[in-house]
Structures are given as C-alpha cells and as structure tokens.
Design a protein around this ligand. Structure first.
Ligand code: 13P
Length: 256
C-alpha cells in the first residue's frame, strides 16, 4: 500500500518569519499520523526557518520547489541538491508547469534535475500535465506519457520508488477548475501503465502519483477517495493553515 502524500507548494509566497508562524499554526490544527506523509515546499529563503520550526507533534518533510543539476560552479542565481540536502530537504518539486511556461524549462533539463536529485537522495516530485488545447485535441495521454518518459529517462528501476509524479493539468492550476476525479483517475491509470511497461510492474508499484490543480478542502476528499490517486499537490489552498489541515485530514480519512 502506498502511503498518501500531501504536498503544499507555496510558490512565491511567505517570508521566513511568515513560514514559522504558518508551521506553528498548522501543527496546532493538523494531527500527526503515520499513514499520511506531509511535505511543505516553501520558497528557498524560508526553508531553514521552516525546518527549525518543525514540531515533534506534527512531523512534516521539507521540499524545495526547484534545483539546478550541477552541484556547484559559476551558475549565478541557482541552488543545488547538496545545498538543499544540508537544509534538511527530502523532496524537490521539478518540472512544474509554471517553470516550463514562464522560465522556459524543457524536458531535457528537467531530466537532468531529476537525476541530480536522485544522486543526492532527494526525492523528485516530477510535474507533468497537458494544456487545455492539448486536452481538447485529444492529446492528453500522448503529452503526459512523453513528459513522464523524458523526465525519467535514464532512471534505474530500483530508483523509481523514490520518485513521485504529480499530474497537474495546466488548465486546472490556479483556475478554480479542478479536473474531475474521473478525469484524473483515467490519466493516473495511463501513467502507471506506462511506468510498468517502460520498467516493470514491481518497480512501478511504489511510485506515488499525485493530483494537482485547484485542490481545495471541499474537493480533496473526492480525489483522495480514488485508489489510483496517491495524494495531492496543493497550491493556493495550502497557504491557509486551516485549509491545508482539512486537506490532510481528507487523506487520513481515505486511509481508514
Ligand atoms: P493550485 O492548487 O493553486 O491550483 O496550484 C496547483 C499547483 O500548481 C501545485 O503545484
């Protein structure tokens, strides 16, 4: 049984002091549990503060929102896997559609980032998803399969367990127009089949496939009730401690 994974992608929100306040508030609202893993992914500048604010009563893992594939060198403005490891990060979100669209990231570079993360024992959360035009043209499966296989190129079967995939349809991100649980389920089935065909069913089995795109406290339960959906990558609704705590509780309810 795959452990549910609930990830809060803070994007460009919250200073270090706001992050500390958020962690204390969240830990008062959300209950510790062994059956759901919670990841907070603040901006780089708040990682250390969030790590230090971690309370034993509410364990969470820390995630970064990006990294650069080289460990060090003349790469002004970049942050590497060893730097994130030392701050206590266990996860890193890679290939988010905002990075693809606004910052021009492409599959080849995203693949190098996935490899760098795995080399340094950081768990990549590889984001993939189609645009509305692609969905309307019936291209969803082709696009997500391509992004999945290109993003994971060269990854050994035994490393797959460390990888999570986030299916985030671009048209659902920040729009309030979440995919339906049925739409997400269909894509998740395709993704797991592709993983099993490219590697094998045993290596594909532990990979967690999350849904992201306008997940809210109101709709989270619908996604998390589906056996194919192993968790959620939450944007807007993770910024409010009460909303995020409610989403975490939805994942717990699904478990039992
Ligand atoms: P929203 O939940 O705000 O739609 O964002 C989703 C997302 O991009 C998470 O990575």
């Amino acid at each position: 049984m795959r452990k549910r994974l609930i990830v809060g992608n803070w994007k460009l929100h919250k200073t270090a002091s706001e992050a500390v306040a958020f962690v204390y508030r969240l830990s008062a609202l959300a209950q510790a549990t062994d059956d759901v893993e919670v990841v907070l992914a603040p901006p780089f500048t708040a990682l250390q503060a969030a790590a230090q604010a971690e309370l034993p009563a509410f364990p969470f893992a820390l995630g970064a929102q990006n990294l650069f594939w080289e460990d060090k060198g003349a790469f002004t403005g970049e942050v590497s896997a060893p730097m994130l490891k030392e701050l206590g990060c266990r996860y890193v979100i890679l290939g988010h559609s905002e990075r693809r669209r606004i910052f021009g990231e492409q599959d080849e570079g995203i693949n190098k980032k996935v490899q760098a993360a795995l080399r340094h024992v950081l768990r990549p959360i590889l984001c993939i998803g189609e645009t509305l035009t692609e969905r309307e043209a019936g291209q969803t499966d082709r696009i997500v399969t391509h992004q999945l296989l290109r993003g994971l190129e060269g990854v050994a079967g035994e490393s797959l367990a460390a990888v999570a995939i986030a299916y985030e349809p671009v048209w659902a991100i920040g729009t309030g127009q979440a995919a339906s649980a049925d739409q997400a389920t269909a894509v998740h089935r395709t993704l797991r089949k592709v993983l099993a065909e490219r590697w094998n069913a045993r290596d594909a089995e532990p990979v967690r496939i999350l849904y992201g795109g306008s997940v809210t406290p109101e709709n989270a339960g619908q996604f998390l009730a589906a056996p194919e959906i192993d968790g959620a990558l939450v944007g807007g609704a993770c910024l409010d401690p009460q909303s995020f705590a409610t989403i975490i509780t939805s994942a717990r309810a699904r478990q039992g």
